[in-house]
Design a binder for this molecule. Structure first.
Ligand SMILES: NC(=O)C1=CN([C@@H]2O[C@H](COP(=O)(O)OP(=O)(O)OC[C@H]3O[C@@H](n4cnc5c(N)ncnc54)[C@H](O)[C@@H]3O)[C@@H](O)[C@H]2O)C=CC1
Ligand SMILES: O=C(O)[C@@H]1CCC=N1
Length: 274
């Protein structure tokens, strides 16, 4: 059932598009979604695609919102939030920015307590996102439900007790779609180098990813067992996995995710000062 929730977006870029795609006309009517962005082209695209209302800067429409989603780059957050301050009263503030800590957002907003920090991902665009979320103690049960409803409109939600775990979530599912695309690109390249057409390589790589991921999602058994079932003794999979182990692929992936989490923490320290 559609709610009457009024949702403001500050920033109408990639991630706002992904979220609005799942919300407009579903959780709430498109007219209840208001987007602020200084980029006129971005606003036109959103208005045309979803029928949301837009403005180049914050105004009364933002003040009337129940929830305001902060969807600008971490580097811009402090300036953006300080300019929003005159328009913030009781609204729930929902940040999707990597790194930026809730306590810094609260300070920039003069001690605002109703803040939920989240980390969604781009599959939200097709309703298959997953979002890690954490609430400041000043968030009411109703506001927590509203935040959950917004992110559940575009996929699954995982609530965290400890804000520091948002950086690992960012490293896994926030940035994760890029690792999957990277792996698919490498498989496509291999297929093409071995003589398949680009179209065949594309079809084979993507169907393998979606099929294996669906199998893992539906299985009650550990993923390692599913892997072993593909790996015949002395066979082709064994040859590939032995080569990957020799190249340190698993260790490299663990190292890469830790680098992403460290960068998240660093962004918070770098752009959350004063
Ligand atoms: N792209 C992704 O996969 C994910 C991104 N995020 C987070 O989402 C946030 C936005 O990222 P993207 O959408 O990828 O970036 P983007 O660059 O596509 O969008 C940012 C938007 O903010 C707008 N903007 C700049 N100054 C503004 C201002 N003063 N007021 C309002 N809007 C302003 C820009 O014009 C742009 O349209 C970031 O903080 C990022 O960490 C979180 C999860 C996944
Ligand atoms: O790369 C980034 O910083 C953002 C956060 C997660 C996905 N994209």
């Amino acid at each position: 059932m559609q709610s009457e929730m009024k949702i403001g977006f500050v920033g109408g870029g990639n991630m706002a598009n992904a979220l609005i795609g799942g919300l407009a006309g579903k959780l709430t009517a498109a007219k209840n979604i208001h987007v602020i962005d200084p980029n006129e082209e971005a606003l036109q695209k959103l208005a045309q695609a979803f029928g949301v209302t837009t403005a180049l800067q914050a105004g009364e429409a933002l003040r009337a919102c129940d929830v305001i989603v902060l969807a600008v780059k971490p580097q811009q957050m402090k300036d953006v939030v300080q300019n929003l301050k005159p328009f913030i009263a009781a609204q729930l503030i929902l940040s999707i920015a990597a790194g930026i800590r809730a306590v810094d957002l609260s300070r920039w907003l003069g001690g605002h307590g109703a803040i939920v920090r989240t980390m969604p991902n781009t599959p939200a665009l097709i309703g298959k996102g997953i979002t890690g979320m954490v609430a400041l103690p000043g968030v009411s049960a109703a506001q927590r439900d509203a935040a959950d409803a917004i992110l559940r409109a575009v996929g699954a939600t995982v609530w965290l007790d400890d804000e520091s775990l948002i950086d690992p979530v960012t490293a896994m599912s926030g940035s994760g779609p890029a690792y999957v695309f990277y792996f698919i690109e490498a498989m496509q390249k291999a297929g093409a180098e071995m003589g398949l057409t680009a179209e065949q390589a594309n079809q084979l790589a993507i169907a393998t990813f979606t099929g294996a991921a669906e199998l893992a999602a539906r299985s009650t058994e550990p993923v390692s067992l599913l892997r072993e079932r593909v790996t015949s003794k002395g066979g082709t999979t064994h040859a590939a996995l032995t080569s990957m182990e020799a190249s340190g692929v698993s260790d490299a992936i663990v190292k890469a995710l830790k680098a992403a989490a460290a960068r998240g923490k660093e962004l918070g320290e770098e752009f959350g000062r004063d």
